[in-house]
Every structure is written in structure tokens, then in C-alpha cells.
Design a protein around this ligand. Structure first.
Ligand SMILES: [Fe+2]
Length: 344
């Protein structure tokens, strides 16, 4: 073998060796990728019952959920401050107004998902696919049957009539539940009539309590006869005490239906585990839907899922199908109306 052909053989051998070694290295890398634990990081203000649901997601998918709880506004502020460095892949919130604000602030990235559009009705999600409702909560009329008969009740608007003077228990204006309810009045009637209704409530001198649970306990204890709260607080109290005396009345059944809101979620703009985040949302909308909704006595957003038996016991009702993004869009106006009407 002359020198030239020896170099040629050595050269070919080197290329073959490099190729083989590279292949082996790639094999190890592939192994490493599959063995690396998968995560999704969630910032959530919905804290009731999330842990067992996330655990089941991990069992079914192998993706571990790390979650941080806090108030909606604080978690949004944290996302904003962390920017590109945020560890959060998912922002989960209660009340559509909060998700709407996160979307408008550029904190969420749109998700195109056939699973989500097939399973979540369009009025329960953002038109721009930045957030999706996962459970439904209905803010309706609650009453003490010893002091009120259901025939006396009809609508949110009718609670502005003078017969309810000194008998109402409601949540303060600072809470998003109150603001979204007033947004729904603006959507239904325009701002002028909405303000008139709020003024009527205020004229009845409602007792304001900043906790739906305490509102219902006050009603049970005889402080007031009629209240507005989310339905699941009664579900929770009935779970603890089936004899709890307060009853649900479904508001506005002869017109637009009872005011419903959501808890829901979106994928953050800077998610580092975006694929896992989408998987979590899709799972919560389908396989995990019933457990997720039932964990807080909420109605499923997915119409194919069944609700918890306690709230099935509240009976069938018609819910307002206004797109819930409207509660966000109208929130600032609702706050002004509450303020002008003297609702504190
Ligand atoms: Fe709540």
C-alpha cells in the first residue's frame, strides 16, 4: 500500500469511526430525552381541589405539575414582572375578567387546539384562543325558605324593588364577582339602565360581606333574607352539612338566564413547556373535566361531562350565553357605575 492509499484508508476509517461514535452518542442523547422528567408549571388562583386533579394528570401523562397559588391580580403582576424569565407555563384564574386582562396585557399566547375548540363551547372561551373556560360558576339568588318563598323571586333587576329594603346580603364592589355581574347588566340593558338597577340595590341598603361563604352563613343566621353568591359556595356548605337551610333560586329564567362565569386557563406568552401546557388544558377539558369541575362543585364547561350530584340537585336552569370575554371588556365601566351609584 503506498502512502497515498494508506492515508485514504485511514481517512475513510476515521469518518466511519466518527459516524459510529456519533450514532452511539445520539442513542445516549435519545435515551436522555425520554428519561428527562417532563414538567408543567402553573400559576393558579383556583386553589380548591386542584392538587388531586393535577396528581391524576401526572399519573396519566407522566408530566409533573408544579403549581403556585396566589390572587389573580398578584399572579398577573408576577407574570408581567418576570417577562421572558417566568417559570409559569399556564395562568389559571377564576372569573373571565381576570383571564381577559391577562390576554389584553400580552401575558398569554394563543393556542390552536382542535380538542379545546371541540369540547369548550365558543361563548366560554376567548375569540382569540388566548384563554379557555374549564368550569362554570353561576352567580344567582340564594334565599332563606323560612322568610322568602320562591314565588317572590324573579331577576337580579327585581332585587332593586323597595320590598327588599334591609333584606339583601351582597358582595362589595371591589370584588370581581360583583363587577362581572354588573358587566352582564350593562351587556343586557346598556349602561344607563344598569346604573339604575345598581342604584336600586344600593337604595335597599344591602349588607356587604366580602366572602360568599360568610354571606350564606349570615343568611342562615337570619341577617338578611336574600343574597347573591356563586352557586358552589352553597354546594360546599351542603357537602359539610346537608341540613344547611339556604336554597338556590335560578335568576332570570324568563329572559337571558342566570349570570355565569368561569374558571379557566391560558398558556403563558413565554412558556418553556408549551406542549405540556397545552396537554394539561386539553386534559382538563376532557379526561379530567368531571373531576376538575366537581372538585369545587362547579358545572363542567364541557357539555358532555356530568356535574357533581349535590349541584345536580339544584335543578335544571338556563344560563346566560353571553360571551364571557364581555365581562372583561366591560369591567372598567362596571366599576365606574358601582362607584357612581354609591355601591361600596
Ligand atoms: Fe369563588
Amino acid at each position: 500500500m503506498n502512502k497515498k492509499s494508506m492515508y485514504l484508508v485511514l481517512g475513510v476509517a476515521a469518518v466511519v469511526a466518527a459516524f459510529l461514535l456519533g450514532g452511539v452518542a445520539n442513542l445516549f442523547r435519545a435515551e436522555e430525552t425520554t428519561a428527562r422528567p417532563e414538567f408543567v408549571n402553573v400559576y393558579t388562583s383556583r386553589h380548591y381541589g386542584v392538587e388531586p386533579v393535577f396528581e391524576r394528570f401526572t399519573q396519566e401523562t407522566g408530566i409533573q405539575v408544579r403549581f403556585t397559588t396566589g390572587s389573580d391580580a398578584v399572579l398577573r403582576e408576577r407574570l408581567r414582572a418576570e417577562g421572558k424569565n417566568t417559570p409559569a407555563d399556564v395562568y389559571m384564574a377564576v372569573d373571565a375578567g381576570n383571564l381577559w386582562l391577562a390576554g389584553e396585557a400580552g401575558l398569554l399566547a394563543p393556542v390552536e387546539s382542535q380538542v379545546l375548540s371541540d369540547n369548550i363551547p365558543s361563548h366560554l372561551r376567548d375569540g382569540g384562543n388566548r384563554w379557555f373556560g374549564l368550569t362554570r360558576r353561576v352567580r344567582t339568588i340564594l334565599y332563606h325558605p323560612d322568610r322568602v318563598s320562591p314565588e317572590e323571586l324573579s331577576t337580579y333587576e327585581a332585587l332593586a324593588e323597595p320590598k327588599w329594603q334591609g333584606r339583601l346580603v351582597m358582595r362589595p364592589a371591589t370584588h370581581s364577582y360583583t363587577q362581572s355581574l354588573v358587566s352582564s347588566l350593562i351587556a343586557a340593558h346598556g349602561p344607563v339602565r344598569a346604573e339604575g338597577i345598581v342604584r336600586g340595590w344600593v337604595a335597599n341598603g344591602p349588607t356587604l360581606i366580602d366572602s360568599d361563604t360568610r354571606i350564606l352563613e349570615a343568611l342562615a343566621a337570619g341577617q338578611g333574607d336574600v343574597a347573591l353568591t356563586n352557586h358552589y359556595y352553597l354546594g360546599r356548605l351542603l357537602q359539610a352539612n346537608p341540613q344547611f337551610p339556604i336554597r338556590v333560586f335560578w335568576a332570570n329564567q324568563n329572559d337571558r338566564g342566570a349570570h355565569q362565569n368561569i374558571s379557566g386557563a391560558g398558556v403563558t406568552a413565554h412558556a418553556q413547556n408549551r406542549a405540556n401546557a397545552i396537554k394539561l388544558l386539553e386534559w382538563l377539558a376532557t379526561a379530567g373535566q368531571e373531576e376538575f369541575a366537581s372538585s369545587n362543585h362547579e358545572y363542567p364547561a364541557n357539555p358532555k361531562a356530568t356535574a357533581h350530584p349535590i349541584i345536580v340537585g339544584f335543578g335544571e336552569f338556563k344560563a346566560d350565553t353571553l360571551n364571557i370575554g364581555e365581562f372583561g371588556r366591560l369591567q372598567a365601566e362596571a366599576v365606574q357605575i358601582l362607584d357612581r351609584a354609591g355601591y361600596r
